[in-house]
Design a protein around this ligand. Structure first.
Ligand SMILES: [Zn+2]
Length: 436
């Protein structure tokens, strides 16, 4: 059933436009950089089931880290006794919106920090604004231009679609990000912003007429919308699935104390392309079928390796700044923006944001933290503040704490001190510590 196999799933017939021809493969590989390890593993399993030329080498996953090995445990986990325990790192309790605000605070022009705080207050849990920019400006006595600057900073560090004013706007922004990454054709954002209702109602014909696309293109676009766009801005949520403990980036400590980074690539998954050409090249149909699947298999491997390489470079670059943090803990965390890392390694800031978003980092100890813990600011000052408060609980005013922190080299606004302090109390109420 050779022809049947190639007509399944997202595969489309070869159309007249080059755009259409490249779309089917891209549908599978699309957004690989934004995918978590778990999602890559699932995409891999799907391809293994569907594509006869893609195979996994003999062997099994290492019980310690999941790497595909031919026998026993892998060279990393061998000799370590029991398999390393996965657990949530100290970072798992961090409020993602606070991380976002801290990151945006580094990015925003200094005279617009107040505007940023106001804008953050209007973000719904989905990452959408509950009021328009002009309304926010009016409500908080800000200039439109200050609100715009705050929005710019927020969108620069946040996931695609953050701070949109509607779900449609959010989806269109995510589509724009995919266009920018060269992963989908340029008409997708328009399809999203103007025809979502038609698509939802199944009126494909109307969309075909209005957009001047073929039905196949519209259906392919719909598949992208379903597969890759989400009705919420994925704000750094750590998916702590206890049943499938996993990480995107692994850190190992070498015998000399230095750190080594590893990101699972196609070899880690044990993937390879097998040669099925013997006896199958008899007919033109079979040749075509084989060639298509070889291309699909190679493309999957290429995308997995490209994702791994980007994550590797980003993490290695961030580690050159955060060595102290990993060696000595939170009080040695240095402020670091995704933009700075992007500039250092020559990637677009949005690419770095997309790569870091939602990813998990396994530390040499076996603990797992959000990869975003390598970025941002405020962790060192927060640790210092916690220490000060623990040393003299309830005796220092915000102003005294601010002055004390300044003496330690942490210039923080009193308002921020107050916010930190309140967040240290489980119920967020000042003066209600159970220890008093
Ligand atoms: Zn292992």
């Amino acid at each position: 059933m050779v022809s049947g196999a190639s007509g399944q799933g997202l595969e489309l017939q070869v159309g007249p436009q080059a755009e259409l021809r490249t779309l089917p493969g891209l549908l599978n590989a699309m957004g690989m950089l934004a995918m978590t390890h778990q999602e890559v593993a699932e995409a891999t399993e799907r391809s293994l089931a569907e594509n006869p030329v893609l195979e996994r080498m003999d062997g099994h996953p290492c019980p310690g880290c999941g790497r595909h090995v031919s026998s026993g445990t892998c060279h990393r986990c061998r000799g370590k006794g029991t398999a390393p325990q996965f657990q949530d790192g100290a970072e798992s309790g961090v409020d993602p919106f606070r991380t976002l605000e801290a990151d945006a605070g580094l990015e925003v022009r200094s005279d617009c920090r107040q505007a940023l705080e106001s804008v953050m207050a209007h973000l719904t849990p989905r990452g959408i604004l509950d009021a328009g920019p002009e309304e926010i400006a009016r409500l908080h006595g800000l200039r439109d231009q200050q609100v715009q600057e705050a929005l710019r900073a927020l969108r620069a560090v946040g996931p695609p679609g953050i701070a949109s004013t509607s779900v449609t706007g959010l989806l269109a922004a995510q589509a724009e990000a995919l266009v920018e990454a060269g992963e989908v054709p340029g008409w997708l954002p328009r399809l999203v912003s103007e025809h979502l209702a038609d698509l939802a109602a199944g009126s494909t014909a109307a969309v075909v007429r209005a957009m001047g696309l073929t039905e196949q293109q519209v259906l392919a676009g719909l598949a992208v919308i379903k597969d890759r766009l989400r009705p919420f801005a994925a704000v750094e949520t750590s998916t702590t699935d206890a049943a499938a403990p996993t990480a995107d980036v692994f850190l190992y400590r070498r015998p000399d104390g230095s750190l080594e980074v590893e990101v699972p690539a196609s070899v880690w998954f044990g993937l390879h392309v097998v040669d099925l050409s013997l006896g199958l090249r008899a007919s033109t149909d079979a040749k075509q079928w084989l060639a298509e699947h070889e291309v699909a298999a190679q493309r999957l491997i290429y995308q997995i390796d490209r994702r791994a390489n980007a994550l590797l470079r980003i993490t290695e670059c961030a580690l050159t700044h955060q060595k102290d943090f990993l060696d000595h803990g939170r009080s040695h965390h240095h402020p670091l923006t995704r933009t700075a890392v992007a500039q250092e390694i020559g990637l677009h800031p949005s690419t770095v944001s997309r790569a870091v978003s939602g990813k998990r980092l396994r530390l040499p100890s076996g603990a797992v933290a959000d990869l975003s813990c390598l970025f941002g600011k405020g962790q060192a000052s927060r640790a210092a503040l916690e220490e000060l408060i623990a040393a003299a609980p309830g005796t220092m005013s915000d102003e005294k704490l601010r002055a004390e922190l300044a003496r330690h080299g942490f210039e923080i606004a009193r308002r921020t001190v107050n916010k930190y302090r309140r967040s240290l109390r489980p119920d967020g109420q000042a003066g209600s510590s159970p220890f008093h």
